[in-house]
Design a protein around this ligand. Structure first.
Ligand code: PMP
Length: 393
């Protein structure tokens, strides 16, 4: 029996850009010493206090079907957090709880786009974006951002490709670049969205990982709350990647439709996970800062290690748990650099090409191993980039 074209087409064919990652895993399984600076996974487990809240809730019997849109306490906590940070009036009616940010991204595209509609997203991009858009039946349209602009998207370029599109997906702080969009960038993006009547789907799952300046939500810009769906998640902010808990903040009528979708897909998120999330959010910014602190420290380490050499140039970034290195001075592609680095040193990084075409000639380094190992690994990456045999061929 044949699968539907829709599901068969999700990955779009060709390499998914994760070859280096899988090769590193295989090498590690075969007993090699491998340092993984690849995926966005914390090097700590979920905080014991959050786990206690989860356990207490489950042990007290909160193991049945949970409310499909999410428990009132969690919807209210998310609304308060968003209102606090953005100054935009937000009620629990603007919130639906989802099974992580990823389920939110899918639901938002289902809600914004009809089959065959064009859905815009910026390149470089988080790996699931095009597949998520295709799974929703829409047509992914990548808009390149440029190294010369520090990968900040330009409103005029978006406008030039926006005709007939239904949605625009943006991500700040950005994975993979670590770039935090500044106010002029967001004004440009928001202008394009208003001009072309687009839904703005704003992926803000890294909103607690801002090392300089501030996170600005496009929803807070004039005329944007009515056309913006914000994707949030506890994965990165609270080291809860495995708990699969996130949300969408959207205009109330859209939330009503998203509840219809949740009813026929996930049928809600486990109540004990939601209770743990309520507890975690109740701990406020102090806990979020504690969880973000290692990445802040390692970014400072990276700045120190990279200063005083010009072979590797860090993309000027100020957020997220990654740094992006321009490796074009080595003469290698990002893919070749990552593969050779892995073979020569056992250090795994992601080629920029894994995230589209705009970050070719770059590699993404995750700030996800202990400080001392991170520093040693980065020094080896610099040495590797300087070796003459790294540039041959
Ligand atoms: N958006 C971005 C930009 C991400 O990097 C990730 C995870 N790496 C997600 C969304 C999805 O996160 P989750 O589903 O765990 O909330």
């Amino acid at each position: 029996m044949r699968a539907s074209d829709r599901i068969g087409g999700i990955n779009g064919g060709g390499s998914d850009g994760w070859d280096v990652f899988y090769r590193a895993r295989e090498m590690a399984e075969a007993g090699a010493q491998v340092i993984e600076l690849t995926i966005g996974e914390h090097d700590i487990p979920t905080h014991p206090a959050i786990l206690s809240a989860m356990h207490e809730s489950a042990a007290a019997g909160n193991t049945g079907y949970a409310s499909v849109p999410g428990e009132m306490a969690l919807r209210a906590a998310v609304a308060a957090r968003v209102a606090d940070r953005t100054g935009v009036a937000t009620s629990w009616r603007n919130v639906i709880v989802t099974a992580g940010g990823q389920a939110g991204l899918f639901a938002a595209h289902m809600a914004a786009c009809d089959p065959g509609d064009r859905a815009l997203y910026c390149d470089p991009y988080y790996a699931t974006y095009p597949g998520t858009i295709r799974a929703a039946g829409a047509v992914p349209v990548a808009m390149a951002t440029h190294a010369r602009d520090a990968f900040q998207p330009r409103g005029a370029e978006i406008s030039a490709r926006a005709s007939g599109a239904r949605s625009l997906l943006v991500n700040t702080p950005n994975n993979p670049t670590g770039v935090v969009y500044d106010r002029p960038t967001l004004d440009g993006i928001a202008g394009a969205a208003r001009e072309h009547d687009l839904w703005m789907i704003s992926d803000e799952v890294y909103d607690t990982q801002v090392w300089e300046g501030a996170h600005l939500s496009p929803r807070a810009l004039p005329g944007m709350a009515e056309r913006t769906m914000v994707i949030g998640s506890m994965s990165k902010s609270h080291a809860m990647t495995g708990s699969r808990i996130g949300w969408i903040v959207a205009p109330e009528p859209m939330i009503e439709k998203l509840i219809d979708l949740a009813t026929v897909t996930t049928y809600g998120v486990p109540g004990y996970i939601q209770d743990a999330a309520v507890f975690a959010l109740g701990e406020g910014p102090a806990l979020e800062a504690e969880i973000a602190a290692p990445f802040r420290r390692r970014r400072a380490i990276a700045q120190r290690v990279l200063a005083g050499q010009d072979r590797l140039r860090a993309v000027p970034s100020s957020g997220a748990m990654y740094i992006m290195l321009d490796i074009r001075a080595t003469g290698l592609s990002g893919m070749a650099f990552a593969n050779r680095l892995l073979d020569a040193t056992g250090i795994a990084v992601m080629p920029g090409e894994s995230f589209g075409t705009a970050a070719a000639g770059h590699v993404r380094v995750a700030l996800t191993v202990a400080d001392a190992s991170f520093e040693a690994a980065l020094r080896r990456i610099v040495d590797f980039a300087l070796q003459p045999d790294a540039v041959a061929g």
